[in-house]
Design a protein around this ligand. Structure first.
Ligand SMILES: *Cc1c(COP(=O)(O)O)cnc(C)c1O
Length: 478
């Protein structure tokens, strides 16, 4: 029989030792593993163990066979997707969450969990300059935050009739509004909520990929005339492709005039509002009905922490509250039972990560790091603009650069330029020094570089720039 006390002690030491070596070796690892599909586990054994095995052996197999097949999100050259890098405070909090392992489903199941969720989301709201009437709840990711926001919008629009009876013949078809640059999770949520993909209306964007408010207004006018029920408008602050910032102030005016729910997806960009100088970019977001912000991106929490802010939380509660006898407690009238506000019952103590990180960085720490990222992006953009052959394909309101390479002095078909950039991206990623991902803007293959990692310094950008320029120069002319 294993001794649990010994094993817990050893697990902590092994994990701490591994973490220390990992971070001292980060830069010697390739940012993207060089493995083919089906090969990511190396020669890892596939037999189910009949008897339990020692922790050292588990760690050793992880290091030898699993780690080499992992993409290194903590690598300073990781400039793909939107970064999520875990801070030391996240590591500490994760260890505490696992060693205590409380299930934060209702107040009684972890009283401090419920109260810290209130405190930590309140801190986040204040850091972002958001008003007091916005109440926060933590979900696993932005996709779930936005899903719950739209479920609340549906509850508000359709009331108990829809919840109790489901869709009724003669009911006005629902419609939802966003742009083609919204994250795919918005359409997924609307599909799951019964709106139907054909009823998601993509409002045209301007040259900076921002929603055109006049077009939204016109569409709402037409749809109301035609008997549709407008459910919600989703504006994005920091769209996934190019961090476009929808003009939320004008959109909020329109939503107010038409009485339509305004949801704002600021999963990646939200924390930028901690910088007073950048707050004008967010003007109007305080008037939203709901806002999604992911602390697990630009606030360096380990993955699975997204916050949804709601103006009228009771709609979400009405949409999901269902309390079986075995969950009733004597405190239900006095406390917030978070499971009442969503699909899942079991909830990790993620509020601890949010609280611990805000303690660790402080307002100024976040302002310094994020501010530096924004400046680094402008400097790199200036270099790209000066370099012959490189073209910027979108503005850079934050720290995501969208560009491509068109060999100077030659003419190419649009298809050939796309193909060339696809090859260029592969070559850049093969260097292992940097990992970038693509998107398409106006139909054109676009290389995307994001500066939002806890580890990225000037020297890593220098290295990335050399890799990009070097690969473009090598054999890309033909
Ligand atoms: C990252 C992101 C999402 C998806 O977030 P998950 O937490 O992975 O579900 C949605 N919207 C935007 C704008 C994002 O940046």
């Amino acid at each position: 029989m294993k001794d649990l006390h010994d094993d817990f002690g050893q697990a902590g030491r092994l994990a701490a030792g591994f973490t220390q070596t990992l971070f001292s070796q980060l830069e010697s690892l390739p940012a993207l593993p060089r493995v083919k599909p089906g090969e990511a586990l190396g020669r890892l054994g596939t037999e189910i163990p009949e008897e339990g095995q020692p922790l050292e052996q588990i760690l050793s197999d992880f290091q030898r066979h699993i780690l080499p097949g992992m993409t290194v999100w903590n690598h300073p050259g990781f400039m793909a997707y939107f970064n999520t890098t875990a801070s030391p405070a996240s590591l500490l909090a994760e260890m505490l969450i696992t060693s205590t392992n409380s299930n934060c489903m209702n107040w009684l199941s972890c009283p401090a969990g419920a109260e810290l969720e209130e405190l930590a989301t309140g801190w986040l709201r204040q850091l972002l300059g958001l008003p007091e009437h916005l109440w926060g709840i933590i979900f696993e990711g932005a996709s779930l935050s936005s899903f719950h926001a739209m479920a609340a919008a549906r509850e508000k629009a359709l009331g108990p009739a829809f919840r109790e009876k489901g869709w009724q013949p003669g009911q006005a078809p629902m419609r939802a509004y966003t742009t083609a640059h919204a994250h795919s999770s918005i359409a997924k949520a609307l599909m799951a909520l019964g709106v139907g993909r054909e009823n998601i209306i993509y409002i045209p964007v301007d040259e900076a990929f921002r929603m055109q408010p006049e077009a939204l207004k016109e569409q709402l006018r037409q749809d109301l005339g035609a008997g549709f029920l407008p459910l919600c408008v989703t504006a994005t602050l920091g769209a996934t492709s190019c961090t476009a910032m929808d003009p939320v102030s004008e959109i909020a005016d329109i939503c107010a005039a038409f009485g339509v729910w305004l949801h704002i997806d600021a999963a990646h960009a939200g924390p930028v509002a901690m910088l007073e100088s950048r707050r004008p970019l967010f003007n109007g977001w305080q008037r939203a009905d709901s806002i999604t912000v992911n602390p697990h991106k630009w606030m360096f929490l380990s993955i699975d922490t997204s916050v949804l802010f709601l103006r009228e939380r009771h709609h979400l509660r009405e949409a999901f509250s269902l309390t079986p006898d075995y969950l009733k407690t004597a405190y239900d009238e006095q406390v917030t039972n978070y499971y009442d506000y969503g699909l899942t019952l079991g909830r990790r103590f993620k509020a601890l990560k949010l609280w611990a990180n805000i303690r660790y960085f402080g307002r100024r720490g976040y302002q310094r790091i994020i501010g530096r990222h924004l400046e680094m992006a402008q400097r790199l953009r200036a270099r790209l603009e000066k370099e012959p052959g490189f073209e910027m394909l979108a503005p850079t309101p934050l720290s995501t650069l969208c560009f491509r390479y068109v060999p100077p002095g030659q003419t190419h078909s649009p298809g050939a330029i796309d193909a060339l950039n696809e090859k260029l991206l592969e070559a850049i990623n093969r260097t292992g020094k940097v990992f970038l991902t693509p998107t398409r803007l106006n139909g054109r293959f676009t290389i995307r570089l994001v500066i939002a990692s806890l580890w990225v310094e000037e020297e890593h950008l220098e290295r990335a720039w050399e890799a990009i320029r070097g690969c473009a120069g090598e054999g890309m002319e033909g």
